[in-house]
Design a binder for this molecule. Structure first.
Ligand SMILES: Cc1cc2nc3c(=O)[nH]c(=O)nc-3n(C[C@H](O)[C@H](O)[C@H](O)COP(=O)(O)O)c2cc1C
Length: 731
């Protein structure tokens, strides 16, 4: 069953019962103090559990010759009824071994009586009892649906109590306290339901007293009650009440009402005259009363009070979660049919909508027609040119509730015009299947004839505005739509600019050729290979990003000189010692992974830049295989010395090169095809694959790998992507 069924049931049940549930929980907390205060009265004797009837009854009869009855309540207070030596009050708490008076039963507290009536029947008699019974049953269903949600969230029963990720106060404590109070609440709900059903006569609790055959009553042998076998083996703790013989006539007898049966006993011989077991329903009703009210144990009563308090908290936190979810949904200015930009959102808890809205606002401000909706509302978008998918991942790398139908809808509604798409995954590295569903969406879209990837898939870990900013920059560059001031998420405006000095620059052989350059790293600058360098060539909002390789104390860039290229032209025009203003964009997901058995790097063209830095950084000599493609050997020559030197130092295990415009004209994907088995094994052994370069190369490589992995292990490449074994930074 999907998470949504349980979630909707949980919510619907809670909404339909929260008023009565709040009342029952509140009164339940107050009533729990009844057993606690009662237990504090000094009427229970020590060693009560060991006292037998053979010890207690003779003592009480001697002390109270006129005793007619005795009762033992749930607090194990013994009450003698009748008239006794000098006692005016017909009912007293006594010490069953000595007969000493311990106190007198008082009037029941009026406030507790009032609250009890409210708790049981809302002062509405049978109708009120019915509604309270129904509320208990709904609580039972809420508990079951809540348990299923926790099991799904935790990915199985075995992991029920493993730590959970804290998203916000209400969500975190709703789950944490829910897990701890699950059993008491389940018991409250189950026993409440049972008691209501019992009250309405669903169970047979009637019992008959044993019949006594007076013709066979013996008057011999005469024994003292202390010698009666039944009295010797019956403990006071098993007794509810005892009726004493009315006179000394042999035909008058003891009636013992025990917890599970009624027994009549000859007062002269101690013979059992009759015995009737109660129906099982009596036992269950008593047990339910004990468990529901906490009347037998003050510790349990306190647990019940805490659990009832938690029910109140769940009502508050449940609504807080729901309102937050609803609050994040969006209203559109334009219709889906007229919009050029369609933003599709997969979200369970609503936070992804915030990011979608930030983009939406930007597009609207720029005068564009944009439409935001859930992934499950995917349809034909006749005017769309851009599709942006922002989706979270849940469960075992599954789709959020509002994104479950995408695969079917994509089949049903092929778009009739070409559309560029970009996928942004929201997830958390706290879960093993990081952004898996986003990778799945990316894969699905890549198979649509009408769809062209505008950017590489990006991921946002723990709602990081920084990660979102990275995607926004990439998307903005590709779409040509400036996405600058993302409300509340904009980092660029506040970013710290660095002043960087050029230390080296190699001229490009021709337009379209590659050049390399280096900048000095100041002592305060924190930068790692794989991070990005953002430059502002025209000193305006236009930003250009380059992958950084850190070698020694230098930032190294590899840049392809585009004719008319704003960024590449600007960089190419720099000279040694010249300074530029730039900022470092952290790109954590593309840093060199430590502590892994093996790394494979795949690049084409200038995508080699971050890998140069990573290789130089590989002091632990993790086996690194580099697959790099270039147009001409001439470009490779820029890096050859460095790579061969690294190989000689053990920092690079193998170099595989492909040249697309020379010799046997190979692309890097040909090398991947050749070494497919090796790469599939890399994944199985926990190795990491890193890809940097063009999106087209990435697409080819990923398709190849998908087919190879499917064949070798039965799992598509998205499986390894979601385990963070495939890291890409393509453009
Ligand atoms: C129960 C639960 C399961 C999750 N499972 C995953 C997961 O498998 N993979 C992942 O990357 N993130 C997972 N996440 C993190 C969410 O996808 C992430 O926090 C996302 O930003 C939430 O977006 P939303 O508020 O729009 O639903 C999970 C979060 C929760 C609460």
């Amino acid at each position: 069953m999907t998470i949504s069924v349980w979630r909707y049931s949980h919510l619907a049940l809670a909404v339909s019962s929260f008023l009565l549930l709040s009342l029952a929980a509140l009164t339940g907390i107050i009533l729990a103090f009844g057993p606690v205060t009662e237990k504090m009265q000094p009427y229970r004797v020590n060693n009560f559990s060991d006292v037998t009837l053979a010890q207690a009854l003779p003592a009480l009869r001697t002390r109270y010759p006129g005793i007619t009855a005795l009762s033992v309540d749930v607090n194990q207070f013994v009450q003698a009824k009748g008239t006794g030596a000098g006692e005016k009050n017909p009912s007293v708490y006594v010490d069953p071994l000595t007969g000493k008076v311990l106190g007198h039963p008082g009037e029941e507290n009026e406030f507790f009586q009032w609250v009890t009536a409210l708790h049981r029947s809302l002062f509405l008699h049978e109708a009120g009892r019915f509604f309270i019974g129904l509320t208990a049953f709904l609580l039972l269903l809420i508990t079951v649906s809540g348990t299923m949600l926790v099991i799904q969230r935790q990915r199985g029963l075995k992991r029920f109590f493993t730590p959970i990720v804290r998203e916000n106060f209400a969500q975190f404590y709703h789950v944490v306290l829910g897990r701890w109070s699950l059993i008491p609440i389940m018991i409250i709900a189950l026993t409440g339901t049972y008691l209501s059903l019992a009250r309405f006569g669903f169970f047979d609790t009637a019992h008959v007293s044993p019949k006594v055959d007076f013709d066979v009553i013996q008057a011999k042998p005469v024994k003292s009650p202390a010698e009666f076998a039944i009295f010797k083996k019956t403990k006071l703790s098993e007794v509810e009440s005892i009726e004493f013989p009315f006179s000394e006539d042999v035909e008058d007898y003891y009636t013992l009402k025990l917890r599970d049966r009624e027994v009549t006993v000859n007062q002269v011989t101690g013979d059992i005259l009759g015995e009737v077991k109660y129906p099982a329903a009596v036992f269950y009703t008593n047990l339910s009363l004990d468990l529901h009210t906490g009347r037998g144990s003050s510790v349990w009563a306190i647990i019940l009070a805490l659990a009832s308090g938690n029910i109140l908290f769940f009502i508050y936190s449940g609504f807080a979660i729901t309102f937050k979810r609803l609050g994040n949904r969006t209203r559109n200015k334009f219709t889906a049919a007229e919009s050029r930009f369609i933003i599709l959102v997969g979200s369970e808890n609503g936070s992804t909508f915030r990011f979608a809205q930030a983009l939406n606002q930007q597009l609207l401000k720029a005068g564009e027609k944009s439409f935001v909706t859930e992934l499950n509302n995917y349809a034909r978008f006749p005017k769309a040119e851009h599709l942006v998918v922002m989706t979270a991942t849940y469960g075992l790398g599954d789709a959020p509730t509002n994104a479950t139908r995408l695969a079917k809808l994509l089949e049903r509604y092929p778009q009739s015009q070409p559309i560029s798409y970009s996928v942004l995954g929201f997830g958390s590295h706290a879960y093993p299947d990081f952004c898996k569903y986003a990778f799945e969406v990316n894969r699905l879209l890549s198979h649509q004839a009408w769809a062209t990837a505008l950017t590489d898939i990006h991921t946002v870990d723990d709602k990081s505005p920084e990660h979102f900013g990275l995607w926004a920059e990439a998307w903005s560059q590709q779409s040509g739509i400036p996405v600058t001031m993302l409300t509340g998420l904009d980092l660029a405006a506040n970013a710290r600019m660095e002043s960087l000095t050029v230390t080296k620059i190699t001229p490009a052989a021709q337009a379209g050729g590659t050049f390399t350059m280096a900048f000095k790293i100041g002592s305060r600058l924190r930068v790692r290979s794989g991070d990005l360098l953002a430059i502002y060539p025209a000193n305006d909002h236009r930003e250009r990003l380059y992958s950084i390789g850190v070698v020694g104390k230098e930032i190294r860039l590899s840049v392809r000189l585009h004719p008319e290229g704003l960024g590449s032209g600007f960089l190419h025009g720099l000279t040694v010692e010249q300074k530029i203003r730039a900022r470092i964009v952290k790109n954590e997901h593309f840093h060199f992974p430590g502590g892994v058995p093996q790394v494979v790097m795949i690049s084409n063209g200038t995508g080699i830049a971050p890998f140069l830095g990573m290789i130089s950084q590989n002091r632990k000599k993790i086996p690194v295989q580099l697959y790099c493609g270039f147009r001409q050997r001439l470009t490779y020559n820029l890096y050859q010395d460095f790579l061969e030197q690294s190989a000689a130092e053990g920092k690079l295990a193998a170099i595989h090169t492909a040249f697309s415009r020379e010799g046997n004209k190979q692309y890097v994907s040909h090398l991947i095809q050749r070494d497919g088995d090796k790469l599939a094994r890399l994944f199985e052994n926990g190795g990491i694959l890193m890809i940097c370069g063009s999106l087209a190369m990435q697409k080819d490589v990923m398709e190849l790998l998908d087919a190879i992995c499917m064949e070798q292990s039965g799992r598509g490449v998205s499986f390894y992507q979601s385990r963070n074994q495939v890291r890409t930074d393509c453009y």
